[in-house]
Design a protein around this ligand. Sequence first.
Ligand code: NAP
Length: 299
Amino acid sequence: MLTGWNVAILGGDARQIEMIRKLSEWDASLHLVGFDQLDYGFTGANHIDMDDEEVEKFDVVILPVAGTDENGNIDSIFSNQQMVLDEDWVTRTKDECIFLTGIANNYLIDLLDKTDRRMVPLLSRDDVAIYNSVPTVEGAIMMVIQNTDFTIHSSRVHVLGLGRVGMSVARAFHGLGAKVHVGVRKPAHYARVQEMGLVPFYLNNLEKNAENSDIMINTIPAPIINASVIRKMPSHTFILDLASKPGGTDFRYAEKRGIKAIIAPSLPGIVAPKTAGRILANTVSQILKDYKRKDGESK
Ligand code: NAP
């Protein structure tokens, strides 16, 4: 149980609903910031503003999956109020307050380092990233269907990257009958792709591979689908960029060439917020219970 823990949830999307439900079940004292337009009533949860004096009590602060932007702004789909996580705000929390986020950008890393607060980026954990790849893939399939006028079956699909998302994407598109090629940079990944019955290629041959691509799905958070690659693509190629913003595609050049290219962040939150929220909520509860155990049940 999390009895006696003051947990603040700052903004986010429908995924936070499961988080609120789960933490409520575990008897945490919940403080919700940026949920004033939320229709569900959560009995016992305390709706507050960023400048509320309760901030000084927080043991845990849960940020949206996207964390903050590079200026510290926090998004909430349930509120129009502006929320900014800055040094003044963070230092008002207890010294031992834990900050949980989906992903951490440089702003967040610097801020929590400077204020000496502990941060846990949930999506860096392999277990969370692998579970989360399932709704991501379902969202990717949806995006491809919506943006092409040909079947996935028999299409030549190039997946870039064989990480947690890339592997699930490659496997799912193969299962749908696509001819899947996977671009990697490590020999071990090359071997794995072959073992999976797919066609591997090294990323330094990406330009050549682009000539035969109907669908290119990027999972590499680096500028990989550059103008030279896009120049080689057939005009009907659809680029789906799943990598975190700003993605790995030269969108300006793609538009200039008339190639359809879309960045699709936060797909789990769009296609399966309940499942995605449950994945995060289970992990957060586990993390907090582990902290509590280490803390000698002192709370
Ligand atoms: P991951 O497990 O770290 O995999 C990243 C892959 O990119 C690895 O294969 C890695 O290869 C490769 N890579 C990284 N930098 C590279 C570079 N400079 N050149 C070539 N290859 C490079 O990450 P993940 O969990 O699969 O997530 C991939 C991306 O998707 C992230 O940006 C993540 O935030 C995003 N994501 C998006 C959604 C969505 O809804 N759109 C959902 C989940 C995740 P090496 O092993 O060789 O380094």
